[in-house]
Every structure is written in structure tokens, then in C-alpha cells.
Design a protein around this ligand. Structure first.
Ligand code: NDP
Length: 234
């Protein structure tokens, strides 16, 4: 059954691969983006997840064009690394506001139509580092760990309404975000990954589309690692 899907930060990287995977399987997909590098051939809406009014307007537009939102992929995310304690409160706040509060804003707005329709899928892009911690990423790891508490609390509140909330926790994925990681750290990750390779965005997209499908209807509050064995299931 075709669904209406919103992917935040869907214009590049994991978000784009995910939007394309939903599109290929016949879903109605809205790519929520900030106006940069928007891919041809997709339905796009402007959306800055740091701004509640922008999120509201984007969902209004999607609902008018594609119908009630049934699947949210809260994928938009940033890094702003720095060693502790030099990491500033501004850096901490910026990353939390985008990665965690941004996901909350979108989930909150998306839940309106899901509750009305009696069906929904909330999927949050976390990271292995939200579970293991990571040097110079106190802000990023905290934001990604926060998504776990959020998805699990949403599960407690919404599972009986046929709305699941899950977390996908990738290891390193070959995107622009990972390209910014220093070579030495990349090599360290590479040695630690049993699969012997970094993920491609499609590796993550396949798991996200599965979570959104009917065969995953009894999976909620889960953390699904997509990391080639890096975290051994954490
Ligand atoms: P990219 O840096 O390639 O893309 C990030 C996306 O998020 C872009 O579309 C960007 O938009 C969007 N975005 C950033 N801030 C906002 C905002 N305020 N409002 C709306 N959109 C925004 O990241 P990846 O594809 O690599 O990562 C996607 C998600 O997966 C992120 O949450 C990331 O933390 C997570 N992840 C990534 C891993 C990796 O190794 N790559 C590993 C584990 C998790 P714009 O183009 O306008 O900047």
C-alpha cells in the first residue's frame, strides 16, 4: 500500500537515498529541504527543522499535495565537533536544536495525521555514537542518545494507536558528513568494522523502508544498528 512519507534533510546523503528508495517502491514522498542542492524529479518542500513555523508550513504543504503524512523519517542532522571542555554551550545547543529538538518538532507535527488516521511510522536517524559515545562529540552523541529516549517514550504513548517509533543507528556511512572525519579516525573506524567496509546510504535506506512497511508493524522502541557489526548490536 502506497504511503505518504516525509524525509527531513532528504536532499542529499542518507536522506536522499531513503527518499529515492520510498519513491522506487511507489510511495508518495516529500523531500523536506533547506533549499540547497535539491534533486530533480522529487517533490520538495522547504523545511528548516530548527523552526517550528517552517516545520508546520512544510507539513501543511505536504498534506495539501500528497495527503496525510503516514511516515516520518527524521533524518536532518549536523555535527559541530570539539574536544571537551572547549566545546561551547552554543555548539552544544545548535546540535541539540537540530538533531533532537528538530526531530521532536517534526514528530509532534507528523503525529497529528497519524493519530487521526490510526496508523503511523516514526523513524529517527541516530548513530552508533549515541550509544557508545565519541571523542569530541559530546553534543552530537547526546543528541543521538536523546532520540532513543524519545522513540521509546513515544512507543509507550503511541504503540496502542498503531504508531511505531524506532531508531536506526548507523555506523560510518559514506556521505558528506563522514567525509569531514579526519583520515586517522576513518582508518580507526575501518579497522573496527567486522564487515570491512563503510556503509553506503542505500544500506541505511533499506532498513528505514523496512521499518516503515507493514511487515515491521510489531517493531517499536527498537534501536536497529546498521554498522557492519561495529557495535555488535548496541
Ligand atoms: P549529510 O551531512 O550528508 O546531510 C545532512 C542533511 O540534513 C542535509 O540534507 C542537510 O540539509 C540536512 N539538515 C541539516 N540541518 C538541517 C535543518 N536545520 N533543517 C533541515 N535540514 C537540515 O548527512 P548524512 O546523510 O550523512 O546523515 C543523515 C543523518 O544520519 C544525520 O542525522 C546524521 O547525523 C546521521 N548519521 C550519519 C552517519 C554518517 O556516517 N554519515 C552515521 C550515523 C548517523 P542541507 O543540504 O541544507 O545542509
Amino acid at each position: 500500500m502506497a504511503r505518504t512519507v516525509v524525509v527531513t534533510g532528504g536532499n542529499r546523503g542518507i536522506g536522499l537515498a531513503t527518499a529515492q528508495a520510498f519513491s522506487r517502491q511507489g510511495d508518495r514522498v516529500a523531500v523536506a529541504h533547506r533549499g540547497r542542492e535539491f534533486p530533480d524529479g522529487m517533490f520538495g518542500v522547504r523545511c528548516d527543522v530548527r523552526d517550528a513555523a517552517s516545520v508546520d508550513a512544510a507539513f501543511d504543504e505536504v498534506e495539501a499535495e500528497l495527503g496525510p503524512v503516514e511516515v516520518l523519517v527524521a533524518n536532518a542532522g549536523i555535527i559541530d565537533d570539539g574536544p571537551f571542555p572547549q566545546l561551547t554551550e552554543a555548539q552544544f545547543g545548535r546540535v541539540l536544536d537540530t538533531n533532537l529538538t528538530g526531530a521532536f518538532r517534526c514528530a509532534s507535527r507528523a503525529s497529528h495525521s497519524m493519530l487521526r488516521g490510526g496508523w503511523g511510522r516514526l523513524i529517527f536517524l541516530s548513530s552508533v555514537v549515541g550509544l557508545t559515545g565519541s571523542h569530541s562529540q559530546v553534543n552530537y552523541a547526546a543528541s543521538k542518545a536523546g532520540l532513543v529516549g524519545m522513540a521509546r517514550s513515544l512507543t509507550r504513548e503511541l504503540a496502542s494507536r498503531n504508531i511505531t517509533a524506532n531508531v536506526v543507528a548507523p555506523g560510518p556511512v559514506e556521505t558528506e558528513q563522514f567525509a569531514a572525519v579526519p583520515d586517522e579516525r576513518r582508518a580507526e573506524f575501518h579497522r573496527a568494522i567486522p564487515a570491512g567496509r563503510f556503509a553506503q546510504p542505500d544500506d541505511v535506506a533499506g532498513v528505514v523502508t523496512w521499518l516503515a512497511g507493514d511487515t515491521a508493524s510489531y517493531v517499536s522502541g527498537a534501536i536497529i544498528p546498521v554498522d557492519g557489526g561495529l557495535s555488535m548490536g548496541h
